[in-house]
Design a protein around this ligand. Structure first.
Ligand code: SAH
Ligand code: SF4
Ligand code: F3S
Length: 501
C-alpha cells in the first residue's frame, strides 16, 4: 500500500466512486486477501476489475449490470452500495434486465413482495438462455428465510449467487467468485455484529440521500418478519453518522433522510450513545443541510423532546410518519405495539398543537388475526380523529415464524371487505387534508421529470406532498416557491411562482 494514502479502515464515511481508483491503487494483489473486512472487499473489487477488463476486451463491449430493488428505504440504501461495488468493479449500469449481471435485492414483509420477486425471476430466465455468460444474483430480506432459498435452488436453478442481509458487505468477494469460477455461491448468515459502511456507494440522486442510523429491530411486533430477517437492533456511532451527513452536504446533497426500523430507539444499545432527539438536533445544525427527514419512528418512543427538536428546527421536515397499524387497543396489544388508542390520538393531537404545519401519515394493517368489524370501527375512528394526511393500508399477510402466523386467521373475503372500508376512510381524510393547502405557496424540491405529463416536473414539499409543475430537467435538485393550484386527492398540480430559493 502507498505510504501516503490511508485506507479508511476504522471510522470512515462511504467512499465516493470518484475516489475509487485512488483507493484501489493502494492494494497489492500479489498478497493474500487481507483479514480486515474493509480492505478485503477492496482487494476483491480490484480483482474483479482486472477480470472485467479482460472480459470486455474478449467480448469487445462493456459489461453491464442491473439492480432490481424491492421493499423499503433501507433496501434502497443497500442497493446504492451494491451498485457502487458493481461500478467500482468495472461494470456499467443499464436500465434493461438483460444485463451481464442482474441482482435482485428482495423484500419479504408481505407475501405479495415475495411473489413479485418470483415473477420477475421467472421472466428473466430467457435472457440467460440468450446470453450464456449472464450471471444472476439474489439477496436481501427474502433470502434470510431458508424456505425461499430452497425454492430458488430448486425452481430457479439458473441463479448463480444467493446471499442475505447480514453479509451484504461481502458482496465484492462473492461477485468475484461468481465471475471467476463456474459455480454457484450461496452464503446465508444467521446474524452479524459488524457494521461495515465504508464500501463504494452509487447514490441514485445527487440532491437527496438516505443515511443509516441503525440496523435491525428489537420490537417484535407479532405480525412482522423484519426482526427475523434484519436481526437485532444495532446503532451506528453518532460521529460516523454526522460525518457521513456532512460529507453528503459538501457533495451537494440538500435533503437527508435518517433511516432505521425504529429511529427513535436509536442509541439504546450504545454505551455512551446519544438519543435520537439529540442526534436529530445535531444533524439539523449541519451547515447547508436544507431538509432533514427521518423514517420510521415508533409511537411508543415518540418523546416530548423529539417534538421540541422538530419544532425548533425548521429544516426538519414537516412530515411525521407515525405507524398506527390498528386503532383498536385490544389489537394493538396483540400486535405487541405498546400503546393504546387513546395514547395514540393524544400524541397526534399534541404534535398537531406544537407543529401545526406538520403532515402526519401512517401505516395501517387490516385483517390481523382475531380482528372484528368493531376493531376496524376503532381504526376508522382514529383515522377521523387523527385526520391523517395520507396512509399506507395493507391487508395482513401471514409471515411464517412470527407469533401471529399461528393464530386464528380472518377469512380472506372478510379482510377484503374491511380493507375497503378503511381505504375509503383514508382516501377521504387525505383529500380533506390536502384541500386545506389549496392556493398556498410552499417551497418544493424538484426531484424528477414527470413521465406521465409532458413538460412537467415533480416536486416534493417539506410535508411530503407531491406537486407537478410545468418545467424541465434543468430544475432537478433545486428548490422553488410553488403555488398549489389544483388538488387531485393526495397530490397537486401547481406552478412555480418565483426564483430558485
Ligand atoms: N419499522 C417500520 C416499518 C416496518 S415494515 C414500522 O414499525 O412501522 C412497513 C409496514 O409494513 C409496517 O408499518 C406495517 O404496516 C406493514 N407490515 C409489516 N408486516 C406486515 C404483515 N405481516 N402484513 C401486512 N402488513 C405488514
Ligand atoms: Fe416490524 Fe414492528 Fe420492528 Fe417495525 S417496529 S420493523 S413493524 S417489528
Ligand atoms: Fe422489506 Fe426488508 Fe425492508 S422485509 S420492508 S426490505 S427491511
Amino acid at each position: 500500500m502507498k505510504k501516503d494514502f490511508q485506507l479508511p479502515v476504522k471510522k470512515p464515511a462511504l467512499i465516493d466512486l470518484g475516489r475509487i481508483d485512488e483507493v484501489l491503487e493502494g492494494i497489492d494483489l500479489s498478497q493474500d486477501p487481507p483479514e480486515d473486512e474493509h480492505l478485503r472487499q477492496y482487494y476483491f473489487i480490484k480483482k474483479t476489475r482486472m477480470l472485467a477488463d479482460s472480459l470486455k476486451a474478449d467480448r469487445g463491449r462493456d459489461l453491464t449490470f442491473h439492480v432490481n430493488t424491492f421493499g423499503c428505504q433501507m433496501n434502497a440504501k443497500d442497493s446504492e452500495k451494491l451498485s457502487g461495488v458493481l461500478k467500482a468493479s468495472g461494470f456499467t449500469e443499464t436500465e434493461e434486465e438483460d444485463a451481464d449481471f442482474v441482482l435482485f435485492n428482495t423484500c419479504t414483509v408481505r407475501d405479495n413482495a415475495d411473489q413479485r420477486v418470483f415473477g420477475r425471476l421467472g421472466r428473466i430466465s430467457h435472457f440467460k438462455k440468450a446470453n450464456r455468460d449472464m450471471k444472476i444474483g439474489i439477496c436481501g430480506c427474502m433470502m434470510q428465510e431458508a424456505s425461499n432459498v430452497e425454492k430458488i435452488k430448486k425452481s430457479y436453478p439458473f441463479v448463480d449467487l444467493i446471499f442475505g442481509t447480514h453479509n451484504i458487505y461481502r458482496f465484492a468477494e462473492y461477485l468475484f467468485q461468481v465471475m471467476s469460477e463456474d459455480r454457484k455461491v450461496i452464503q446465508i448468515w444467521d446474524k452479524t455484529d459488524q457494521v461495515v459502511e465504508d464500501l463504494p456507494s452509487d447514490r441514485k440522486f445527487s440532491f437527496k440521500a438516505g443515511v443509516n442510523i441503525s440496523f435491525g429491530c428489537n420490537n417484535f411486533c407479532t405480525y412482522c418478519i423484519v426482526p427475523y430477517v434484519r436481526g437485532r437492533e444495532r446503532s451506528r456511532d453518532a460521529r460516523e453518522i454526522l460525518q457521513e451527513c456532512e460529507r453528503l452536504v459538501k457533495d451537494g446533497v440538500s435533503e437527508i433522510m435518517l433511516l432505521g426500523q425504529n429511529v427513535n430507539s436509536y442509541g439504546h444499545d450504545l454505551e455512551d450513545g446519544i438519543t435520537f432527539p439529540e442526534l436529530l438536533e445535531e444533524a439539523a445544525h449541519i451547515e447547508g443541510l436544507k431538509r432533514l427527514r427521518f423514517m420510521t419512528p415508533h409511537p411508543k418512543d415518540f418523546s416530548e423532546e423529539l417534538i421540541q427538536v422538530i419544532k425548533r428546527n425548521p429544516n426538519v421536515t414537516r412530515h411525521i410518519h407515525l405507524p398506527l397499524q390498528s386503532g383498536s387497543t385490544r389489537i394493538i396489544k396483540k400486535m405487541n405495539r405498546h400503546y393504546t388508542k387513546d395514547q395514540y390520538i393524544a400524541l397526534v393531537r399534541h404534535i398537531r398543537e406544537e407543529i401545526p404545519d406538520a403532515a402526519i401519515t401512517t401505516d395501517i394493517i387490516v385483517g390481523f388475526p382475531g380482528e372484528t368489524p368493531e376493531d376496524v370501527d376503532d381504526t376508522i375512528d382514529v383515522i377521523r380523529r387523527a385526520q391523517f394526511d395520507n396512509a399506507f393500508t395493507f391487508i395482513y399477510s401471514i409471515r411464517r415464524g412470527t407469533p401471529a402466523a399461528g393464530w386464528e386467521q380472518v377469512p380472506e373475503e372478510e379482510k377484503k371487505t374491511q380493507f375497503g372500508r378503511v381505504l375509503k376512510e383514508v382516501q377521504e381524510s387525505a383529500r380533506r387534508q390536502s384541500e386545506k393547502l389549496q392556493g398556498k405557496t410552499m417551497t418544493g424540491l424538484v426531484e424528477e421529470v414527470n413521465t406521465q405529463t409532458q413538460g412537467y416536473v415533480t416536486a416534493r414539499l417539506s410535508n411530503n406532498m407531491i406537486v407537478h409543475v410545468p418545467g424541465d430537467a434543468s430544475m432537478i435538485g433545486s428548490f422553488y416557491p410553488i403555488h398549489l393550484e389544483e388538488c387531485r386527492g393526495f397530490y397537486y398540480f401547481g406552478t412555480v411562482c418565483g426564483d430558485r430559493c
